[in-house]
Design a protein around this ligand. Structure first.
Ligand SMILES: [Zn+2]
Length: 442
């Protein structure tokens, strides 16, 4: 119903005509209708598919799920009628006396990246806007809220177990430390399975629990763990074997884990079908596409691609030490998303600033658009956005974007780091001459 009232609302805004919304049961006319929903005969195997088409004298707008139907309505309004949603309080809705559509209209699209998140409060705090840009409302959709990442210490708090059972924890240099769990200890497996079951019981609406290492690299080196890691060629070996055993107990749920720090290198054992592997690209240089420059991450991701098609990428798009500072990485957003897509990333979490950053609205919009259609042309999206959102200032914003990115690529070994500092750009994209140039634009 929400999809139908949204279409009704925007068609009225465009044309001034209010088209009544009725249910299929009240429909008496066979023709000249707009049919919205998952109509019989249009069942789709993929819940993420969106489509709209003219059939006879009717317009059909459908999708593989109620959310996809809503996305189809927005795709129709955008692609066919020229609507644009630029930010929660800025939209372009072209007025017209007459709304015409082609008789051969037939659009269908299935996004390859199924779960798309841009860490921006423009989406988290404005769910209608998030729907229009086809991204999630939160960073961890579907997850049990207390078990999103780094969960070992939650399942087995040292205060409850370490005193009596130090052998449940990581052996390092002859000593048991509470840094990580010993994943070959059968009691540990049993306790973690019980904890996961308890989380799912408390949150029946959630489909995902993370079973993942604590945020440190001191993993267990007992003889049993070490033997598996050696056989597997990586410490992700004990992790994936352990997580697979947990996942086996919850066939209708998803168990998410990390390929991170000491577990990022792929092992030999395949993750089970209901295991979601998350890779984080935290160390990469942001002045160039990841594939071009971040050799280790690239090779690890390619390795995981051979083991699973259920990969989640946790990527980063801003400078966390200075959100408002210029951060010339816009030219890498498209190539990075395409690289993730090509390597089986079904989920992408683009960690932006959440709060306002440089060109916040543009970056939020561009990232969401690229996640939906990774092969889109970034320059076209930027151009259209600047013209529509910044209006007369748009061409100067575009000039700024072009100039600052041209500067950074002049220095091939510049390392643009997420935790860097703007002062690192004082000899290039933030030199006195360039600052002067930018100032003159505005
Ligand atoms: Zn161990």
């Amino acid at each position: 119903m929400h999809s139908a009232t949204e279409l009704q609302y925007y068609l009225e805004k465009i044309s001034g005509i209010n088209i009544p919304v009725i249910t299929a049961d009240d429909q008496t006319e066979a023709n000249h209708g707009i049919f919205i929903g998952t109509t019989p005969g249009n069942e789709l195997s993929n819940t993420h598919t969106v489509f709209y088409k003219v059939e006879g004298e009717n317009l059909i707008i459908g999708g593989g799920s109620s959310k996809s139907v809503l996305y189809s309505v927005y795709s129709f309004l955008e692609n066919e009628l020229g609507c644009m949603w630029l930010s929660p309080d800025a939209e372009i809705i072209p007025g017209s006396d007459k709304v015409s559509i082609r008789a051969d209209l037939d659009y269908e699209y299935t996004p390859e990246i199924e779960i798309r998140t841009v860490h921006s409060k423009l989406f988290y705090e404005n769910h209608d806007f998030a729907d229009k840009l086809k991204v999630t409302y939160e960073a961890f959709p579907g997850y049990v809220s207390e078990a999103r990442v780094h969960t070992f210490h939650r399942f087995m708090p040292a205060s409850s177990f370490y005193g009596e059972y130090p052998e449940y924890y990581a052996l390092r240099d002859g000593k048991r430390l509470t840094t990580q769990l010993c994943l070959t200890n059968p009691d540990v497996l049993e306790i973690v399975i019980d904890s996961v079951a308890a989380y799912f019981k408390r949150h029946p609406e959630s489909g995902i629990v993370s079973v993942s290492q604590n945020d440190n690299i001191l993993h267990c080196q007992c003889d049993d763990c070490k033997a598996i890691d050696e056989e597997e060629g990586s410490a992700s070996g004990t992790m994936i074997r352990f997580v697979n055993q947990v996942a086996e107990q919850f066939p209708d749920k998803t168990i998410s884990t990390l390929a991170y720090q000491y577990t990022r290198k792929p092992c030999k054992t395949r993750p089970a079908d209901n295991v979601l592997v998350t890779l984080c690209s935290i160390e990469c240089d942001r002045s160039k596409p990841i594939e071009q420059d971040c050799i280790d991450f690239t090779s690890d991701l390619r390795g995981w691609k051979e083991l699973t098609d259920n990969i989640r990428i946790w990527d980063y798009t801003t400078q966390f030490t200075n959100f408002l500072a210029p951060f010339p990485n816009i030219h890498t957003l498209g190539p990075n998303i395409r690289f993730f897509r090509d390597n089986n990333a079904r989920w992408i979490f683009e960690q932006h600033s959440n709060n306002p950053s440089e060109l916040f609205e543009l970056r939020s919009y561009l990232t969401a658009k690229l996640l939906w259609i990774p092969d889109s042309n970034s320059d076209d999206i930027i151009h259209e956005f600047c013209k529509a959102y910044y209006k007369e200032a748009g061409e100067y914003i575009e000039d700024y974007i072009t100039a600052i990115h041209e500067e950074i690529v002049k220095i091939p070994d510049f390392f643009l780091f997420l935790y860097g500092d703007p002062s690192q750009g004082f000899d290039s994209f933030l030199s006195p001459e360039m600052l002067n140039y930018y100032n003159n634009l505005f």
